[in-house]
Design a protein around this ligand. Structure first.
Ligand SMILES: [Zn+2]
Length: 275
C-alpha cells in the first residue's frame, strides 16, 4: 500500500497537527490536554470533507478496474441526521458524512495490555475488545521485530469530543477550529476502534515523521495482518478528507483489512462514497 507516493500529497494543507504530543503542553493544563490535543488533531480536522455520497458504483455493475470487492459494497445506512444505523459494526464508516450517534458508546471497551506513553489511568486507554486483542498481537509481533510501539490515545466519548471542540472554538472561533478539530460524532475514536500509536524514535509524537520511522514503516507493511488499517494515508488525503496520519490505526477486522490493503483502498473507496 505504501507506495510512497508522497508526491503531491497535500502537504500543502499543513494542518496544525493534531495529535502531536508536542503541542499539547501549551494548550491546556491538565493531562487531559494531552489527550485533547491528540484528539483535536487527530484526523478529523482539517481538510474539508471532500467526499460525498455519490453512488458511483452500483452494486453488480461491471467493475473492470481494480477492486471488485469494494465496488460491490453499499454504503452504511444512516438516518436523516447522517447518523449510522449500526454504529457498532466493525466495518463502520465514520467521517464527516457518516456520523456516530451522540448516545453511542461501545459496550465492550477494555484496556489492551500494551505499553502506553503515559502512566495515568485514562479513558483514552480503552478500545473495543476485538480491537484490543488484535492490538496486543500486533504489538507482540512488532516487538519481536524490534519495533518499539506505544499506544497514545484510543477511545474518546462523544461528550469529550464535543467539549474539546467547544474549547477550541471558544479559543479560535468555530471556523478556525473546524480546520484542526473534529466535531462530536465525526471521530473514529468514539467508535472504540481507533488507536493512535507512536514510538520513542519519534519522541512519542503524532506527527508525519512517524511514518518514516522503522515503526511507522513496519505498520504500513504489517498492520493489515492484524486487522488494522492506516486510515489516513498520505496519498489519499483528497479521498478521506483528512490529513496524513501515519499514527492512526483503525481496526476493521482481518478480512476487510486484507481486502483494503490488497486493493490499496480507503474505507471511502471501499464503500464508493468519494468523488
Ligand atoms: Zn487518531
Amino acid at each position: 500500500m505504501n507506495k510512497n507516493v508522497l508526491g503531491f500529497s497535500f502537504a500543502v494543507f499543513f494542518l496544525i497537527t493534531g495529535c502531536s504530543t508536542s503541542t499539547e503542553s501549551e494548550e491546556e493544563p491538565e493531562q487531559e490536554d494531552v489527550a485533547s490535543d491528540a484528539e483535536q488533531t487527530d484526523n478529523e480536522e482539517e481538510t474539508e470533507p471532500v467526499f460525498e455520497e455519490n453512488d458511483s458504483k452500483e452494486a453488480g455493475s461491471d467493475t473492470s478496474d481494480q477492486s471488485e470487492d469494494a465496488a460491490e459494497q453499499a454504503p452504511p445506512k444512516t438516518n436523516e441526521e447522517g447518523e449510522l444505523e449500526n454504529p457498532s459494526a466493525l466495518d463502520a464508516l465514520v467521517n464527516r458524512d457518516y456520523l456516530l450517534p451522540g448516545d453511542y458508546e461501545p459496550e465492550d471497551l477494555t484496556v489492551p495490555d500494551v505499553p502506553f506513553s503515559f502512566e495515568e489511568e485514562h479513558p483514552k486507554r480503552q478500545i473495543r475488545e476485538p480491537a484490543a486483542d488484535a492490538l496486543e498481537t500486533l504489538f507482540e509481533e512488532a516487538d519481536a521485530d524490534d519495533m518499539q510501539l506505544y499506544a497514545i490515545s484510543g477511545y474518546r466519548s462523544y461528550d469529550r469530543q464535543e467539549a474539546i471542540f467547544a474549547a477550541n472554538a471558544a479559543e479560535d472561533g468555530v471556523e478556525e477550529a473546524n480546520k484542526y478539530s473534529a466535531q462530536a460524532g465525526e471521530s473514529e475514536h468514539q467508535s472504540g476502534l481507533a488507536m493512535d500509536v507512536s514510538s520513542p524514535s519519534n519522541d512519542f509524537a503524532l506527527t508525519n515523521d512517524f511514518g518514516e520511522t522503522p515503526e511507522g514503516e513496519w505498520l504500513k507493511e504489517h498492520a493489515h495482518e492484524y486487522g488494522f488499517v492506516i486510515r489516513y494515508p498520505d496519498d489519499k488525503t483528497d479521498i478521506t478528507g483528512y490529513q496524513y496520519e501515519p499514527w492512526h490505526l483503525r481496526y476493521v477486522g482481518e478480512d476487510l483489512a486484507e481486502t483494503l490493503y490488497e486493493a490499496d483502498e480507503t474505507l471511502e473507496e471501499y464503500y464508493g462514497v468519494h468523488e
